[in-house]
Design a protein around this ligand. Structure first.
Ligand SMILES: Nc1ncnc2c1ncn2[C@@H]1O[C@H](COP(=O)(O)OP(=O)(O)OP(=O)(O)O)[C@@H](O)[C@H]1O
Ligand SMILES: [Mg+2]
Length: 234
């Protein structure tokens, strides 16, 4: 039984389906990376898992439990957390308020989690009283990831966490992703920096036209000449 299993999922935004039978499975030890061209359905796949659009066919299972079309506010207490591609922080709120928002489902004391997020992202501790909108892109991404960790997820969904970041920040974010995974959290992320991400991916998925094109370990995808040629820029 996988942590998350997406089985033959078709989904869309009301018109013709965008996803046409997508399959993937992730264990808690995995870092899964979805790559593929613009408009392939990568973000749509994450949104379908997180209950943000309607799944018309197939199923999404979390630890074997059917969560197809369950709503996000039910999924967070079940251990799912999502960092969207855009608009993933509240810019007019402080860093700390953003992080506290991430703990909204918790009834217990979350101060230890807050401390561990600050330990993971030291610049956030320094800027905890500053508005998130005043931070650099890389630091805003840290806020978004930190916010997602505050609910203590079992599976973290990340949509292009390195988008728009300098190479230095990209590496820093990837290092934190690996660290989060080592602490026992399964990761499913979409990445445009495909080569760098597939280097550390235990599972890689190439999506195109709302379908799986290639599935394998990150290394297998990197070493596949067809994948390299068609999807990784040669
Ligand atoms: N809210 C929406 N309403 C209608 N169509 C949408 C919506 N969001 C995305 N789409 C369409 O769904 C298709 C897949 O989009 P999606 O955002 O999943 O692509 P992606 O693989 O994440 O691409 P990118 O690399 O550009 O982020 C595209 O054709 C897009 O135009
Ligand atoms: Mg996208």
């Amino acid at each position: 039984m996988s942590l998350i299993e997406v089985s033959n999922v078709s989904a869309g935004y009301g018109g013709t389906p965008i996803l046409n039978g997508v399959n993937l499975a992730i264990e808690s030890t995995d870092i899964g990376v979805i790559v593929g061209p613009n408009g392939a359905g990568k973000s749509t796949t994450l949104k379908a898992i997180f209950g943000l659009l309607r799944v018309s066919e197939g199923a999404v299972l979390l630890n074997g439990r059917d969560i197809t079309n369950a709503e996000a506010d039910k999924l967070v207490p079940m251990g799912l957390s999502f960092v969207p591609q855009e608009f993933n922080v509240f810019t007019s709120m402080t860093v700390e308020e953003n992080l506290e928002m991430g703990a909204f489902v918790r009834r217990d004391d979350f101060s230890d989690t807050l401390a561990s997020v600050y330990e993971m992202f030291p610049p956030l501790k320094e800027k905890r009283r500053q508005k998130a909108g005043e931070l650099s892109g890389g630091q805003r991404q840290m806020v978004a990831m930190g916010r997602a960790l505050m609910s203590q997820p079992k599976l973290l969904l990340l949509d292009e966490p390195s988008a728009g970041l300098s190479p230095r920040y990209m590496l820093e974010i990837f290092e934190q992703v690996i660290k989060i995974n080592k602490s026992g959290v399964g990761i499913l992320m979409v990445e445009q920096n495909a080569r760098q991400a597939l280097e550390f991916a235990s599972k890689g998925f190439v999506l195109a036209g709302g379908k799986n094109r290639f599935t394998g370990s990150g290394r297998e995808l990197l070493d596949d000449p067809e994948v390299a040629q068609s999807f990784l820029g040669g």
